[in-house]
Design a protein around this ligand. Structure first.
Ligand code: NCD
Length: 319
């Protein structure tokens, strides 16, 4: 099926083959970004952020700028008609009149699927509450594929707030589709991976522990996450759990020489800055891969650059 015109609410919305196409195009963009710098000329991307964001919003906006398109939207719902009581459905219907695709982040789990029903342009979920974050997953897959050479045969440790972290819910569901992926879920008991995610990867090998030191030497990728303060009802519980894992250079001594340390960012305390200079720490590279993954996704959903000629033509205009 063509990706043009589709929505992305959760990773399973796209087949492995389609994800592969997105990752391949992202790689082509990385190899020669100038070839794509005007491919979205005349197109408008709307970014509606009802929740704070640095990387996701700016990387979408940078992605569209680097494709030659334009951006409209808000980073603060208080500056939109939402503050006058407008419904989500009405906002989406209106924004779809002005744009060629919509990116939305919202604090309510399930809001992306609901909002997408009102959009007649491609709709991209940029995080809905503690539920899913599929474009972070495209970022993560591109990072692993580029730096490890393949998405198969990896043991992935996922550490931190596995209950509330939407990035890891999407990542686990996506990685479970690749051959011989093994998961190690590392969290305190209160923040374990939800049952619905474990159910979704049934048949796959996974192991749960609360001790990072015990398992770090077995991992090919260690995906750290922050404890999600904004999702806690009980702030005392947050205070008690917030520093449950702190990765540092001493702990890294026990890890494989080629283990990747990933993190969707923002980091709070869970990775000590003394890890930043370790070449296995790839979280800032990962942020950069995110922009390329999003450039590719925008192109695919808008259906631009599907013809080789189109890219060649634009390249000539550019020259
Ligand atoms: C994540 C998010 O918003 O879920 N950030 C991001 O998009 N890179 C992770 C987080 O906030 O902890």
């Amino acid at each position: 099926m063509l990706l043009q015109g589709r929505n992305l609410i959760q990773p399973e919305d796209f087949s492995i083959k389609e994800i592969d196409e997105i990752l391949s195009l992202a790689q082509n963009i990385i190899d020669d970004p100038s070839k794509y710098s005007r491919i979205c000329e005349g197109k408008v991307l709307a970014t509606l952020f009802y929740e704070p964001s640095t990387r996701t919003r700016l990387s979408f906006e940078a992605a569209m700028c680097r494709l030659g398109g334009k951006i409209v939207g808000f980073s603060e719902p208080s500056s939109s008609s939402v503050s006058k009581g407008e419904s989500l459905g009405d906002t989406i219907r209106t924004v779809a009149c002005y744009s060629d695709a919509i990116v939305m982040r919202h604090p309510v789990a399930g809001s992306a699927a609901e909002a997408a029903q009102y959009s007649d342009v491609p709709f991209i979920n940029a995080g809905d509450g503690g539920n899913q974050h599929p474009t972070q997953t495209l970022t993560d897959l591109l990072t692993i594929k580029s730096l490890k050479g393949s998405l198969e045969n990896h043991t992935i440790g996922i550490c931190g707030d596995l209950k509330n972290g939407r990035t890891v819910h999407s990542l686990v569901k996506a990685m479970a589709r690749y051959q011989n992926t093994k998961f190690v879920f590392i969290s305190p008991e209160e923040l374990q991976m939800p049952d619905y995610i474990k159910e979704a990867i049934k048949g796959h090998e996974y192991h749960e522990t609360n001790n990072l030191d015990d398992v770090i030497d077995s991992l090919d990728v260690l995906y750290m996450t922050r404890v999600q303060r904004e999702r806690f009802e009980d702030q005392e519980e947050y205070e008690r759990l917030k520093d449950c894992y702190i990765l540092n250079a001493t702990k890294m001594n026990n890890a494989k020489k080629d283990m990747l340390v990933m993190h969707p960012l923002p980091r709070v305390n869970e990775i000590d800055v003394d890890v930043d200079s370790d070449e296995r720490a790839v979280y800032f590279k990962q942020a950069k891969y995110g922009m390329f993954a999003r450039m590719s996704l925008i192109m695919k959903l808008l259906g631009v650059g599907t013809q080789r000629n189109e890219i060649e033509e634009r390249k000539c205009i550019n020259a």
